[in-house]
Design a binder for this molecule. Structure first.
Ligand code: HEC
Length: 129
């Protein structure tokens, strides 16, 4: 009887640690890609636009750095996963370079934030057509 209880307890503990490890292995994105787009890119007066025009403030760049990492954790609904990771990694690297004021960072950002290239590869065209 005692052994059964002890066994049950250790199974329970094992289960809990497996759950903890699983959570750590797959961190959850804070924002969906749609939320990232709405917060940073949507509209004529977006943060992304300011930054691309060379008028991004420190706060705006910090906001990019707050949202872009979620895209790295989200899988694309469409297109190749490795390709997606590559694009988002480049975008994040360019934004970090901007934050540091690295030379050439603005050109790097403009290239990485290419709306059309990423959308044609990864944006599901559910609302249109
Ligand atoms: C690295 C990839 C990537 C880049 C770069 C990118 N987008 Fe997106 N964008 C996406 C994906 C993926 C979606 C679809 C999100 C969804 O609905 O799940 C999207 C959706 C959107 C939407 C629709 C959001 C909504 O209201 O549902 C807008 C607007 C948008 N992007 C604007 C832009 C603009 C403007 C740029 C360039 C300045 C840009 N995006 C650059 C990947 C990207």
């Amino acid at each position: 009887m005692k052994t059964t209880v002890r066994f049950a307890a250790s199974v329970l503990i094992a289960g809990v640690s497996v759950a903890v490890v699983a959570t750590q292995a797959a961190p959850k994105a804070k924002y969906t890609t749609e939320e990232v787009m709405k917060a940073l890119h949507k509209g004529k007066d977006s943060i992304g636009k300011h930054v691309m025009d060379g008028n991004g403030t420190k706060e705006e760049i910090k906001k990019l750095l707050e949202y872009y990492p979620s895209m790295l954790l989200n899988d694309p609904e469409k297109g190749d996963k490795a390709e997606w990771k590559k694009r988002v990694t480049a975008l994040l690297a360019a934004t970090k370079a901007l934050d540091k004021g690295a030379p050439g960072a603005l050109d790097q950002y403009k290239e990485a934030v290419n709306c059309k290239a990423c959308h044609s590869a990864h944006k599901p065209d559910k609302e249109h057509k």
